[in-house]
Design a protein around this ligand. Structure first.
Ligand SMILES: NC(=O)c1ccc[n+]([C@@H]2O[C@H](COP(=O)([O-])OP(=O)(O)OC[C@H]3O[C@@H](n4cnc5c(N)ncnc54)[C@H](OP(=O)(O)O)[C@@H]3O)[C@@H](O)[C@H]2O)c1
Length: 333
């Protein structure tokens, strides 16, 4: 029988637990169990705070500096009867650790252009940023203050594992940017079915991965740690979904982006009432279609960073299909 929830702070990290312990009020018991588990190393013992919550209530957060706390000086001796932690006690961690100090963003496909400029813009807004790609440059990412994650955007299993890693190492993200894409041209564009089946499937694998990322993101957004956070999921798009379907060399990319575009609309409609924002964001030309000079895209990281961090930090929901121009201004349809 679960008797209640406990919120525990160790420095600025919070852990949520459900407990099965006959005498929940005995903080000494919990302290002894913690000592025997993963918290032994590197944790200043005097900074542990606990709060007992009612059975079935939602865990609430107490900040160590709020005054609502019970300090447990673990160095002091608990009553002898509590020294055996195996005594009728079951202790399960129900939530991963979260950083209380800064919200967390996860960028999937964090390359030098959109990804890293977005990471820089979010870091400046106080986010801890996990930067994901197939082969992250770990030292460089760490030196820049980011958290590198190896992930394949063509594999939903890899996406799930990456979210688990981010959540374990940083906490549940409240911002997810899906920037990775695949574009394989058919060998004979005028005969687009020359694109091998396996190559076409790479595009649809991205769609399934965006779906998996959205599932993982919503689970993370709903975690108690993100109760008061602004929750945003952005896919980097392009104009293919709304321009005439005549560019056969990007047939696969067109199917990929159009499916993701529709998915963002559906999810935006479904989750707006929960305060969860889904966006298909695309840099467009002056007429709302493709850039007249596509090479300009490759230096558009700063504008993407500006637009994405605005979408993330604004309180309201902007249009889910968010077109913007080279000056980082919204293009109104
Ligand atoms: N608005 C437009 O007209 C327009 C024009 C061009 C591109 N785009 C869109 O912009 C996005 C990319 O922009 P960008 O300039 O930021 O690209 P970028 O600088 O090349 O970065 C792409 C990042 O994604 C990672 N990546 C590629 N494939 C991946 C995969 N399968 N799994 C995981 N990570 C992967 C790459 O690292 P690894 O290689 O290490 O994995 C790289 O870090 C795409 O969504 C693309 O469709 C839009």
């Amino acid at each position: 029988m679960s008797l209640g929830h406990v919120v525990l702070y160790i420095c600025d990290e919070a852990f949520y637990f459900s407990l099965e312990v006959p005498e929940l009020s005995c903080f000494y018991t919990i302290g002894r169990v913690l000592e025997g588990h993963q918290f032994r190393l590197g944790v200043p013992r005097t900074a542990i705070c606990l709060d007992r919550l009612q059975k079935n209530s939602t865990p609430r957060q107490l900040r160590p500096d709020s005054g609502q706390r019970n300090d447990i000086p673990l160095s002091s001796r608990p009553p002898a009867r509590y020294l055996n932690p195996s005594r009728n006690l079951k202790f399960t961690q129900t939530n991963p650790p979260i950083k209380m100090s800064s919200p967390i963003a996860f960028i999937i496909g964090a390359g030098k252009n959109v990804g890293l400029h977005t990471a820089a813009a979010l870091k400046q807004k106080g986010y801890q940023v996990a930067v994901g790609s197939r082969k992250p440059v770990v030292d460089e990412a760490k030196k820049s203050g980011y958290h590198p994650i190896a992930v394949s955007a063509e594999s939903p299993d890899s996406i799930k594992a990456a979210f688990a890693q981010v959540t374990k190492e940083l906490g549940p993200p409240s911002v997810v940017v899906f920037n990775a894409a695949v574009s394989v041209p058919p060998p004979v564009p005028a005969d687009p079915l020359t694109l091998p089946f396996e190559a076409f499937k790479q595009h649809t694998d991205i769609v399934v991965s965006v779906y998996a990322a959205a599932q993982e993101a919503v689970a993370a957004f709903r975690s108690p740690a993100n109760k008061d956070a602004l929750k945003t999921f952005i896919v980097t798009g392009n104009a293919l979904p709304w321009i005439p379907a005549k560019f056969l060399q990007v047939m696969g990319l067109n199917v990929e982006k159009t499916a993701v575009w529709r998915l963002m609309e559906l999810l935006s409609n479904a989750y707006a009432k929960e305060g969860i924002r889904f966006y298909y964001a695309a840099l467009v030309g002056d007429q709302g279609g493709f850039l007249s000079d596509i090479t300009k895209f490759f230096t558009s990281g700063p504008q993407h960073g500006e637009v994405y961090s605005d979408l993330v930090t604004r309180k309201d929901q902007a249009e889910w299909e968010f077109r913007f121009t080279e000056d980082a201004k919204q293009f109104k349809v």
